[in-house]
Design a protein around this ligand. Structure first.
Ligand code: SF4
Ligand code: SF4
Length: 62
């Protein structure tokens, strides 16, 4: 149960501080979500926060 960031990512960094489990980090090319840490925001927020803030809608369910 984890979201992924697609290659559409523009490295804006908006998602990183919004993640309640610190699952998002800046990777070598684009930001990445650690599948072991992402809980899809269940228990924290009503909706996935990375999806809510991403300007290019590249945080998606695999
Ligand atoms: S869905 Fe929530 S827990 Fe998963 S990466 Fe996005 S902000 Fe973090
Ligand atoms: S908010 Fe979207 S475009 Fe910005 S760093 Fe995160 S995944 Fe990439």
């Amino acid at each position: 149960m984890a979201l992924i960031i697609t290659e559409e990512c523009i490295n804006c960094g908006a998602c990183e501080p919004e993640c309640p489990t610190n699952a998002i980090t800046e990777g070598p090319d684009i930001f990445i979500i650690d599948a072991d840490k992402c809980v899809e925001c269940v228990g924290h927020f009503d909706d996935p926060q990375c999806v809510a803030v991403c300007p290019v809608d590249c945080c998606v369910k695999p």
